[in-house]
Design a protein around this ligand. Structure first.
Ligand SMILES: C[S@@+](CC[C@H](N)C(=O)[O-])C[C@H]1O[C@@H](n2cnc3c(N)ncnc32)[C@H](O)[C@@H]1O
Length: 185
């Protein structure tokens, strides 16, 4: 985040834009929202927006609802759970949790097939996560998708793959900065 904020012009009110491409039911997008909400508390005036996309309308319905089995939030630190997760009180909802409305408002979900030639979204993303989906595509498609996603990053923005998916071709304007983490040059 400090690296991204340094790229902003002085006086610019920073809005950090994050994208979970292949978001599935939204766990990744809401995790980003929790982390960003914590950071925004510490950095005066910091705003953030999160986009989640997936090819499946079924998972997107779940993502918008933001209701998860209790077990799924086990890895969320207790301090974040207290602030960002609501526990079901009705007996039918006892095994479930829901993300708080303040975070739900920060996350927008839309349908997108990563195979499409064009992605009708913002080209000024700061961080794009595309994890555990490229493994299903052949090599040329992986390269093409990575290239299209990279073109939606601001210079200096980050593209993050799953750990088994560091498939990037050297032709892309990206520099590797950690395993599975690339920065647009
Ligand atoms: C294994 S899940 C990964 C979810 C999440 N990124 C993660 O790492 O936990 C793969 C997701 O990719 C989505 N998907 C598969 N093919 C896709 C495509 N062509 N375009 C967009 N999403 C796709 C599936 O619907 C599924 O939700």
């Amino acid at each position: 985040m400090p690296k991204l904020l340094k790229l902003r012009r002085p006086g610019e009110r920073p809005t950090i834009k994050l994208w979970s491409a292949a978001s599935s039911t939204g766990a990744e997008a809401y995790t980003m929202a929790m982390v960003m909400a914590d950071i925004a508390e510490r950095i005066n005036g910091l705003n953030y927006e999160i986009l989640g996309t997936d090819i499946s309308t079924e998972v997107l319905v779940q993502a918008k609802l933001a209701i998860y089995p209790k077990d799924m939030i086990a890895p969320v630190p207790p301090s974040m759970r207290d602030r960002y997760v609501m526990f079901g009180s009705a007996s039918s909802r006892q095994g479930e949790v829901r993300i708080v409305p303040e975070l739900r408002r920060k996350v927008r979900f839309a349908r997108l097939n990563l195979m499409d030639e064009r992605y009708p979204f913002d080209c000024e993303m700061d961080v794009i996560f595309v994890r555990n989906v490229l493994i299903y595509f052949d090599k040329p498609t992986q390269e093409a998708v990575a290239g299209r996603l990279a073109s939606h990053l601001r210079p200096g923005g980050f593209l993050i793959f799953g750990h088994s998916e560091s498939v990037i071709g050297s032709s892309l304007p990206l520099r590797q900065c950690a395993p599975a983490v690339f920065q647009r040059v």
